[in-house]
Design a protein around this ligand. Sequence first.
Ligand SMILES: NC(=O)c1ccc[n+]([C@@H]2O[C@H](COP(=O)([O-])OP(=O)(O)OC[C@H]3O[C@@H](n4cnc5c(N)ncnc54)[C@H](O)[C@@H]3O)[C@@H](O)[C@H]2O)c1
Ligand SMILES: [Zn+2]
Length: 407
Amino acid sequence: MARFTLPRDLYHGKGSLEALKSFKGKKAIICVGGGSMKKFGFLDRAEAYLREAGMEVRLFEGIEPDPSVETVMKGAQEMIEFQPDWIVAIGGGSPIDAAKAMWIKYEYPEITFEEMCKVFGIPPLRRKAQFCAVSSTSGTATEVTAFSIITDYAKGIKYPIADFEITPDVAIVDPELAETMPKKLVAHTGMDAITHAVEAYVSTANSNYTDPLAIHSIEMIMNDLVPSYNGDMAARDRMHDAQCLAGMAFSNALLGIVHSMAHKTGAAFADFGAHIIHGAANAMYLPKVIAFNAKDEAAKKRYGVIVDYMGICDKNESDSKKVEALIAYLRKMNDDLNIPHCIRNYGADSYPTENGFVPEDVFLERLPEIAKNAIGDACTGSNPRQPSQEEMEKLLKCCYYDTEVDF
Ligand SMILES: NC(=O)c1ccc[n+]([C@@H]2O[C@H](COP(=O)([O-])OP(=O)(O)OC[C@H]3O[C@@H](n4cnc5c(N)ncnc54)[C@H](O)[C@@H]3O)[C@@H](O)[C@H]2O)c1
Ligand SMILES: [Zn+2]
């Protein structure tokens, strides 16, 4: 038996933030990040709409990018005091993910972070509050997914919390919020989205329900991401839908080892100033993982189907040629979006540089541990090929040096 779960309601299109006016309840807490939503007026609008709905509103502000366990615990405490019946998270993946984890702790104050991380082990929520997510970036699609990514900075590891219990009740996908994104954020979140769609399509948990979402989203992203990056606002608006479709696919089909590696390298070199941004990590690793996974016949065929839909290679060509075309296409997207191809070239502000943040000796010293953690990541199980420790180390080396994956 397989399960397909999405939010009960999804409001989309310009102005859909107004849907908050129709919410029924007494108290709402709005969880938000460091300031962009306030600066551009979306926070005030959300607050006003909820008040118009007759609710008492409290704000939990300042959720940092890649939220920490500590922030989750602090926000949950605030919720326990305030007793909201709506949690409205507004912003990028970070505040929404943090709010999802706070929600769990609010409903079950005794639960520990370790218990939350047990895959599909969350007890029933919605005894105290319902959850609405309003996304302002076009990538994570956390507004429709069963996931939340929380970072344990003491360990330097990102932990995915995964359970359909935390799939929001309501998603608001209003492209106006995405229009204020700076270019770099467009690039990173957009590559995150295409990675979601590609990984979902070749995942061992793919299904007839997730395939069309993944494929359509890939077609949209290939047409719209680079123009959106270059300032085309109609493309920007479409990207907001495209990333959400990818989210619907991967929330139900799961992901693969691009994400396992991104989760486990993201904070691993933080002491060298190299916070490897999630979307940039995915963009660098995806072509390598495609080459690795394509050694599996079923996955290779599926990459071939993706390429047929993308129309970037003659349909009569072999699947191997199609895989090559896909890899070349994705690498070109990285170039167009000013994203490096490998960790060695990952420099200041995430831009490509000759000498990146992560020194070679440090990378090699930490490699066995990172590879082990990546294998143990919740996203590895649904990858079409299960890597051994040796293979994962080799793959990560290819992601460091930008060398060919021939194993
Ligand atoms: N839950 C999931 O399913 C899922 C999937 C992929 C990634 N993630 C996680 O999500 C996090 C990344 O989220 P993200 O990429 O959305 O970025 P983010 O939420 O970390 O935001 C990054 C920065 O962009 C700013 N910002 C956000 N929206 C803006 C806008 N419209 N205009 C101007 N500035 C804006 C924020 O203030 C912040 O400084 C990571 O922790 C990642 O691991 C979660
Ligand atoms: Zn992602």
